[in-house]
Ligand binder design. Structure first.
Ligand code: COA
Length: 186
């Protein structure tokens, strides 16, 4: 049976596993995830089947991207100087997809962020080279006009390999994926 709850520090290995399997693997990933989990206001909402974590949506206070994009970060910092969280990761084990788990985790995580004083959520949505946006539907379901502002950036990950990270689709070469970056009012 599926069970939903907040993550604890004991979940670090399961979080790393989901991140490296479905998002990016490489230098710094484990440390980034460990530091997040240890932050006071970090929020991670998980779905567990038995004792296996099968999905997670997490968020942390501040502005973060997969790797630094200084000009965009500065623009967001100026526009939303306070109470902004970044959606860290959304990943569901393959055999559990299409059942609304991401939908439930997104709503659950955003409710906790709001309860802890977060007013905005910065999201970085992966856009595959074929235009597919895996999390597009889940985010659209948050309502029309969900983004206060959004940026469509086709070459967002072009320097991913220079940061020691690999893309699940493009491998360790130059990444051809893009991103939709958006600020959501919670
Ligand atoms: C993207 C991902 C998290 C979606 O997880 P999921 O649990 O299959 O998603 P859901 O079942 O909640 O939603 C799937 C679809 O059903 C729709 N849906 C909405 N409400 C729903 C509900 N109550 N029940 C079921 N489906 C619902 C969603 O809008 C979504 O539409 P889409 O097909 O247009 O995307 C999953 O495919 C994944 O982990 N992919 C790999 C990692 C990744 O791409 N992460 C996002 C990076 S930005």
């Amino acid at each position: 049976m599926l069970h939903y709850s907040e993550v604890t520090r004991d979940d670090l290995e399961a979080i790393i596993n989901l991140y490296e399997k479905y998002l990016n693997a490489g230098t710094g990933v484990k440390e980034y995830l460990r530091r997040g989990l240890e932050q006071d206001r970090y929020v991670g909402y998980k779905c567990v089947d038995g004792d296996i974590m099968v999905g997670l949506f997490s968020a942390r206070p501040g502005i973060y991207f997969t790797y630094s994009h200084p000009e965009l970060e500065e623009e967001i910092r100026r526009g939303w100087p306070e109470a902004i969280y970044t959606g860290d990761m959304l990943a569901i084990e393959e055999e559990y997809r299409g059942r609304g788990i991401a939908h439930i985790l997104t709503k659950g995580c955003c409710d906790i962020v709001k309860a802890r004083g977060g007013e905005h959520l910065l999201v970085e949505l992966w856009v595959k080279p074929n235009g597919e946006e895996p999390a597009g539907g889940v985010i659209r379901d948050m309502g029309t006009g969900v983004f206060e502002k959004k940026w469509v950036i086709p070459d967002f990950y072009s320097e991913l390999h220079l940061h020691g990270l690999t893309c699940p689709l493009c491998g360790d070469g130059k990444c051809a994926c893009g991103a939709v970056v958006g600020v959501i009012k919670l």
